[in-house]
Write a protein that binds this ligand. Structure first.
Ligand code: AMP
Length: 574
């Protein structure tokens, strides 16, 4: 591995140039995007006969995915890209679709990967300013590739991360320390995610002293990896002891590459790991198994925030670093202050990624402003114009401006806009739901229980309709690790229902207590492990393990059916 690249200064200059010249870069970028696209059917429809920013804003509407879907569908079905993009669309990105809506298909080309890799390099530069001693070690990153599908036009449709791992950008990546992983590429590229996860852990354990950073794209995956380790550590140790990989790992790429990493029998190493894993408490396990780890790199903002306590438990004092805010439309920005607390994370938008506009969300009037014109403390929904045929498309996230890095606005992720529970005129968004659930956590904690995960559903099959919250609970760690069943005390859970309702807003309370248009809130406790199975369910439906986020509101009938089969008890507010 090459020593630290002497690129630091170069990257620092780039960061400065980008964050000082926001307006200029954005204006140039818009021209660069639009000029070749003026002849596309889409822009012609809005009479864009020349590049002119004002004309663009006047003529081209701000749209949702549904509005432009007919154009995307035409390219999916074989029409030429220039329906919407003069730069050939060479694939589609499947957005996770578990953030509330159905799976979307975004037009894609290599420019997406140019941006992705640029943002990755830049963020790693930022991290090295704050964390020292990373250059000598490796990253143990839980990265996954999902099988792609092929559209009728013969183009690949895949999730964002897979589009990168399957590309030459990944294959021919530089030999920098931050592209150096404990897992061979074959493990990342294996389309069986369970085999892949097992191999990630095995390779990471074998090279435990070399691991300096660990992580996954989203925190949910990191938690899943630790839980998986809790189940499989004895088998992993046995593989290390004998030097033989378990037979159920059938993926040929994994078998040959991981066998090489294993090297041969390592009984001493197996003993050491066994001793650590055998301890009754797993608090701080990550630091004990991988003593040189300096931080955990994983997104813990937005809906991932609820995994912070679990990660803190397993990783003790290791910083949780949320590095990037991105989506299938574009990469937006990076966290310039990587060691800040999870609740303080903001992302500085990078003006060279896409052309960004912002719908104002405060007050009743909706304006659209440029990146350089957003105001401190205000909330916005971003709108993207990118290099692959999306013009002024709403992203559906709500962000708040928390500051400026030079002139680049920094945004805190507030919530996903379209996730709401609604029965009558009440509208409960993700943030309200998290707030209400945090009250439930307090009640549970006072009864020595922990909330594992939750989701919700607006049940309109009853009259009046009511909110249903599915929760999985377990006994507080260490109290009764092996106990199969958790005792469910009626009083405790009824109280949970009530505190949730207390926490919801006034419109909800009016509907519920005055109008009677909303029925009593219900908590359905599900069996242990249900949320892991739910993830498997969504993965089987096309979601990717790497991008999976527990949906905070379930709309799929099949998922509901599945969950209802796992319900062990029901409680209502009184
Ligand atoms: P996808 O297009 O499936 O990759 O999902 C993109 C969505 O994931 C975004 O629009 C956000 O709602 C969410 N997301 C991505 N990055 C972050 C982040 N750093 N913090 C919070 N939410 C995020």
């Amino acid at each position: 591995m090459k020593p630290v690249s002497n690129n630091n200064e170069r990257w620092e200059e780039k960061l400065k140039a980008l964050t000082f010249n926001v307006k200029q870069i954005q204006d140039n970028l818009l021209e660069e995007i639009l000029t070749p696209n003026l002849k596309t059917e889409y822009l012609q429809r809005f009479h864009m006969d020349r590049f002119d920013k004002e004309l663009f804003k006047k003529n081209v509407p701000v749209v949702t995915y549904e509005d432009i879907k007919p154009y995307i569908d035409r390219v999916v079905n074989g029409e030429s890209s220039d329906v919407m993009s003069a730069r050939p669309i060479t694939g589609f990105l499947l957005s996770s679709g578990t953030s509330g809506g159905a799976q979307k298909m975004m037009p894609w080309n290599n420019k997406y990967l140019d941006n992705l890799t640029f943002a990755y390099d830049l963020r790693m530069h930022v991290i090295t300013k704050h964390v020292k001693g990373l250059e000598e070690g490796k990253g143990m990153m839980f990265l996954f590739t999902k099988q792609e599908s092929i559209t009728p036009s013969g183009l690949p449709a895949r999730v964002a991360t897979s589009s990168y791992f399957k590309s030459d950008y990944f294959k021919n990546r530089p030999s920098n320390w931050y592209y150096s992983y404990t897992s061979p590429d074959e493990v990342i590229l294996c389309s069986n995610n369970t085999q892949s996860l097992y191999c990630h852990l095995l390779c990471g354990l074998v090279q435990r002293d070399e691991v300096v950073r660990m992580g996954s794209i989203f925190a949910s995956v990191m938690v899943r990896a630790i839980k998986f380790l809790e189940t499989y550590w004895e088998e992993l140790c046995s593989n290390i002891r004998t030097g033989h990989l378990s037979q159920w790992i059938t993926d040929l790429g994994c078998r040959s590459s991981v066998s090489l990493v294993l090297g041969g029998p390592r009984p001493d190493l197996a003993d050491t790991i066994e001793t650590v894993c055998n301890q009754s408490s797993w608090e701080g396990i990550v630091k004990r198994l991988w003593p040189n780890t300096k931080y955990i790199e994983t997104v813990v903002t937005g809906s991932m925030g609820q995994y912070v306590p679990t990660l803190n438990y397993y990783c003790s004092d290791l910083p949780l670093v949320s590095t990037t805010y991105g989506s299938s439309e574009t990469t937006f920005g990076i966290n310039i202050d990587p060691l800040c607390k999870p609740e303080d994370v903001s992302y500085a938008f990078m003006p060279n990624m896409s052309y960004f506009e912002f719908i104002t969300m405060d007050g009743d009037k909706r304006d659209v402003v440029d990146l350089q014109d957003v105001k401190l403390g205000c909330t916005y929904e971003p709108v993207v114009t990118n290099f692959s045929g999306l013009y002024r498309m709403r992203v559906g996230d709500i962000l708040m401006v928390t500051g400026f890095y030079n002139n680049a606005p920094q945004f805190k992720f507030v919530r996903r806009e379209n996730v709401v529970l609604s029965i009558d005129s009440d509208k409960t968004n993700e943030e309200d739901l998290f707030k209400a659930v945090s009250q439930v956590k307090l009640v549970l904690e006072s009864s020595d229980l922990m909330l594992v995960d939750f989701t919700s559903y607006a049940d309109t099959s009853t009259f009046p309709g009511h909110y249903v919250i599915y929760i999985e609970v377990k006994d507080k760690e260490g109290e009764s690790k092996k106990k199969k069943y958790v005792e469910l005390n009626e009083d405790v859970f009824s109280k949970c229902c009530s505190v949730m309702e207390d926490s919801l807003d006034n419109v909800y309370k009016r509907c519920r207590f005055k109008d009677g248009s909303v029925g009593p809130l219900e908590i359905r406790v599900v069996r242990q492990g249900m949320f892991d199975s739910l993830m498997d369910f969504f993965i089987s439906q096309g979601a990717s393990i790497g991008q999976y986020k527990t949906p905070r509101c379930i709309k799929s009938g099949k998922a509901l059916e599945f969950m209802d089969e796992c319900v062990v008890a029901r409680f209502f507010s009184t």
